[in-house]
Design a protein around this ligand. Sequence first.
Ligand SMILES: *[C@@H]1O[C@H](CO)[C@@H](O)[C@H](O)[C@H]1NC(C)=O
Ligand SMILES: *[C@@H]1O[C@H](CO)[C@@H](O)[C@H](O)[C@H]1NC(C)=O
Length: 358
Amino acid sequence: MLPTLYKNRYPCNARHTSTPPDMALPLLSLLPLFSLLVLSSPSIGHSAAAASSLHPNFYAHSCPTVEKIVNSVMAEAVSENPRWAASILRLHFHDCFVKGCDGSVLLDSSGVFLSEKRSNPNRDSARGFEIVDKIKLAVEAACPETVSCADILALAARDGVVLTGGPGWEVPLGRRDSLTPSLNDSNNNIPAPTNTLNTIITKFNRQGLDVVDVVALSGSHTIGKSRCASFRQRLYNQTGDGKPDETLDLGYAAKLRTRCPRTGGDQTIFSLDLVSPNRFDNQYYKNIVAKKGLLNSDEELYTASQVTRDLVEKYSVSNDVFFEQFAKSMVKMGIYRPLRGHKGKLGGFVGGLIIKHV
Ligand SMILES: *[C@@H]1O[C@H](CO)[C@@H](O)[C@H](O)[C@H]1NC(C)=O
Ligand SMILES: *[C@@H]1O[C@H](CO)[C@@H](O)[C@H](O)[C@H]1NC(C)=O
């Protein structure tokens, strides 16, 4: 039986409205329960490792059903609309590019903090928050205050990829949730579709990711949609001389112009992969080679550098090679600078936080 304090379940959008509980007092009352956990949990067995690194078995004892719960909600959402897979994957990405994957993208504005939801990369385009909430509710019902929202998002992103035909991977877990969003970092650190390749590589580098990760993770655009506003300049005025982007296939450009006019229709959505929009595969790279990448940042992978061009070609001819690297890069992105220790709040108090006090 958990003390009342711990029954104060929080949704993923409002962690900062409740002050993190003072750990000292409730810890004492929980000691018997958690001593037991410490003894019985393998991930907690080597406590130094448990406190300093993420592990796929992090919730093996505290919430053994978490993966099943996340998967069932995602399966339902994706069967209703496959776009949810892409939207959730993008949310995870936008979470990780702002001070590590710490659930900060899910927070609403409150007090002095402005939500990342209103940043340029997220405003009018970030979606899937209700899916995350639905998962969180289901997880809370099974394991109250145990699983972080950042971990839920990481698992949901992986499941969306698998459900649309992509590769699977083990998700290292045990992230803490941040108590504060960073609108500034969201505006400055997340790659934009109009960024040059160099800018995008720089932004990935800031997250511990290299050029191989840039090309592999861009493969996320094998599913999902993008707004007219995100690629309009390619259709009408790419370099300021009033001409369309010459690296864009003429027929494809003409087709895009019918629904993405010079002005207006900013929110009209287009499939990022025109051939197999709901299937996670390497078609995205084939499109790029055929000058049919939708975004400037997509096509630049092929036109702006020989290194990225070679990678695009490599993935365009082998689904397996793409899948293997995509999974590796997702894990790498997901474990960079996770919040640990006392900086944030884990969904519950089973992880490193407790271990440190014990
Ligand atoms: C905003 O973000 C940029 C890039 O991360 C950083 O250089 C700058 O110092 C930040 N500004 C503030 C006010 O935090
Ligand atoms: C193209 O963009 C440039 C620079 O932003 C602008 O000066 C020019 O008027 C635009 N041309 C057209 C035809 O829209």
